[in-house]
Design a protein around this ligand. Structure first.
Ligand code: AQP
Length: 344
């Protein structure tokens, strides 16, 4: 049976990368996992404050994300859906883990470098002294490890970009269990979604991201068919007016084919679609991609509109989720506290 945990930041409505890389996989797992498998899906609002914003905006983004999770088909009676900040044990375990975690390992992580627009070879140097690197952004993976370990998670479904953080999580388990000669923390496995990485529509070398300054770089799961068509139409391709699937040589075209494959009702691979669309012009490819994305997201879009305006329902889901999550988190923390020598 096992335990499945994953999280998403309330930093904007989910885009196709979040959907294909994470949310759709969560829904599939919900529908196919053993009935005894526990599923935890967390809106990680404490991670989101690494980029501070006005409180009203934060509030709105949190509820929008809750509406999105229900819109993609997650069932609050089957899964535990909750806001991270309502379960204080996440922060407690983060501190405990950070006392055995290695800063050397953290300094090699790529996420804080990419958020600060630094190359992968960047080192800490005097970024902290200059006030450029906040401690929360640097120690983000420790909080992520705490999120996962708090539920004794066995499997974490994520996009390719999270692979490194999951390796770090396992390192946290080894460090803690070794230091306290215990087995109370469980090492989770990474489940990478079939669509590993959706790229930006405007800069196909970068991943599609909620925080990209260019709105045209992404498609949201709430977009209308018209908006979807406009963004796909404006997607960067190259100077050739033919269709081939060559991710290295033609990343823009390959990204469109890969998105199409992610939404293809027949489940054709990007390679197969590339072959089948050989005679297409780029405009025809774009039309075909826009059509399949709009069609496949129609239900999600409708459900989102209904949930977003139903605050009572959203609040109920949150309260129910917090209760269930707190129960499980409490059990793990009792074992962790005992291992450290904090129990009475
Ligand atoms: N482009 C992507 N392709 C595939 N999977 C992706 N994910 C994100 N972008 C892509 C997956 O979505 C899940 C939730 O991600 P997150 O909200 O925790 O943060 P993120 O990975 O940093 O995503 P964003 O959109 O880039 O958010 P911001 O801009 O706020 O940082 C994860 O499972 C991730 O793998």
């Amino acid at each position: 049976p096992g335990v499945i945990f994953s999280g998403i930041q309330p930093t904007g409505e989910p885009h196709l990368g979040n959907y294909l890389g994470a949310l759709r996989q969560w829904k599939r797992l919900q529908d196919t996992a053993h009935p005894k498998t526990k599923l935890f899906f967390c809106i990680v609002d404490m991670h989101a404050i690494t980029t501070p914003r006005p409180p009203e905006e934060m509030q709105e983004l949190r509820w929008k994300m809750m509406a999105s999770l229900l819109a993609v088909g997650l069932d609050p009676d089957r899964c535990t859906i909750f806001f991270q900040s309502t379960v204080p044990q996440h922060a407690e375990l983060q501190w405990i883990l950070s006392c055995t975690a290695s800063t050397g390992y953290l300094s090699r992580m790529t996420q804080w470098k990419s958020k600060l627009n630094l190359g992968e070879n960047a080192t800490l140097d005097n970024l902290g002294a200059k006030g450029l690197l906040k401690h929360g952004l640097f120690s983000y993976p420790v909080l992520q490890a705490a999120d996962i370990l708090l539920y004794r998670t066995t499997h974490v479904p994520v996009g390719e970009d999270q692979r490194q953080h999951l390796e770090f999580t396992r390192e946290c388990v080894t460090n803690f269990n070794h230091t306290y000669k215990t087995k109370c923390l469980v090492s989770p496995q990474t489940l990478i979604s079939p669509t590993r990485r959706v790229m930006s529509l405007t800069k196909p070398g970068d991943k599609m991201s909620k925080s990209d300054l260019s709105a045209k770089s992404r498609i949201l799961i709430t977009h209308s068919p018209k908006e979807i068509a406009a963004r796909i139409n404006g997607a960067t391709t190259d100077s050739l007016n033919t269709v081939t699937y060559e991710p290295e040589a033609r990343p823009g075209v390959a990204n469109l084919i890969s998105i199409m494959s992610g939404f293809d009702p027949q489940g054709r691979s990007p390679e197969q679609l590339g072959e089948e669309m050989q005679g297409y012009k780029i405009r025809e490819l774009k039309e075909a991609v826009a059509r399949v994305v709009s069609d496949q997201l129609a239900e999600v879009r409708e459900r989102y509109a209904a949930f977003e305006s139903d605050k009572d329902k959203l609040r109920k889901v949150s309260v129910q989720g917090t209760e269930k999550a707190t129960l499980q988190a409490g059990e793990t923390m009792a074992a962790v506290r005992e291992a450290i020598g904090f129990s009475d």
